[in-house]
Design a protein around this ligand. Structure first.
Ligand SMILES: [Zn+2]
Ligand SMILES: [Zn+2]
Length: 241
């Protein structure tokens, strides 16, 4: 750390100490006690119909031919206020360091599932304009944490270059109409030409899912490029209604 950065950190720590977002204890953004209080999702539904209960959020038989995604693991419920708060501070108050407690939740959840071990961990990319605005890609930070910490003693392959985002799409939350959402996202991504995804099992990582259309689109183009299976993991999903 440079001297200027050290001074900057010292001033921040002295006048604006970091406090646990849940209990206000000084020292970290989420203290260990509050971290253990966050409950992981136990029951999962098919990511497409959002009705059928399936193991680890796999796509149900009835939806298998509708989308390319093999399953989506939703780590926590948005209904837990700490979860909603952590996500909000991570995404909109730009607290980059929150990727650690959030990443820990993803690791803990994934370790409890039976989905096949991925050959590649791929974050959903941000459009370069949005990346400049936020300063970091929140999904890439989570994917990195996951790739480094899922296995003891070895790392999964993290590939941030596989998916390319061409267009800046309006946030999905603001587009209510189903077809408008689909055309908003169609063609927004492509797969790096020599990405070597053939016959690979890929784990897509995103912070939150709403309609799911971003993840469905990424899965679709990865399958077209030859991927064997595509699963996704998100912290939470904002469900219908
Ligand atoms: Zn706390
Ligand atoms: Zn279904």
């Amino acid at each position: 750390m440079s001297l200027i950065k050290k001074i900057h950190r010292f001033v921040l720590d002295t006048f604006f100490p970091i406090r646990c977002l849940s209990c206000q204890k000084e020292g970290m953004w989420l203290c260990e006690i509050c971290q253990t209080k966050i409950l992981l999702q136990v029951e999962h539904v098919c990511p497409i119909c959002e009705k059928m209960i399936t193991p680890d959020g796999r796509t149900c038989l009835g939806c298998k031919n509708k989308k390319s995604l093999n399953g989506m693991i939703v780590t926590c419920s948005y209904k837990q206020s700490q979860v909603a708060q952590l996500i909000h501070f991570f995404k909109y108050r730009f607290i980059h360091d929150l990727h650690v407690p959030l990443g820990k939740l993803l690791v803990a959840k994934l370790q409890k599932t039976d989905i096949p071990l991925p050959n590649m961990v791929v974050p959903v990319p941000l459009h370069p304009r949005r990346l400049r605005w936020r300063g970091f890609n929140q999904s890439a930070l989570l994917a990195e944490h996951l790739a480094k910490n899922l296995l003891l003693g070895s790392e999964l392959e993290l590939r941030q270059d596989v998916l390319i985002r061409h267009r800046h799409t309006s946030p999905q939350m603001h587009i209510k109409d189903y077809w408008a959402r689909q055309s908003n996202i169609a063609g927004a991504f492509s797969v790096l030409p020599d990405a070597d995804v053939k016959n690979k099992t890929i784990l897509l990582v995103d912070d939150v899912a709403t309609t799911g259309s971003t993840i469905f689109e990424c899965a679709k183009i990865l399958k077209i490029a030859g991927a064997k299976e595509v699963f996704a993991i998100v912290i939470a999903r904002q469900t219908k209604g």
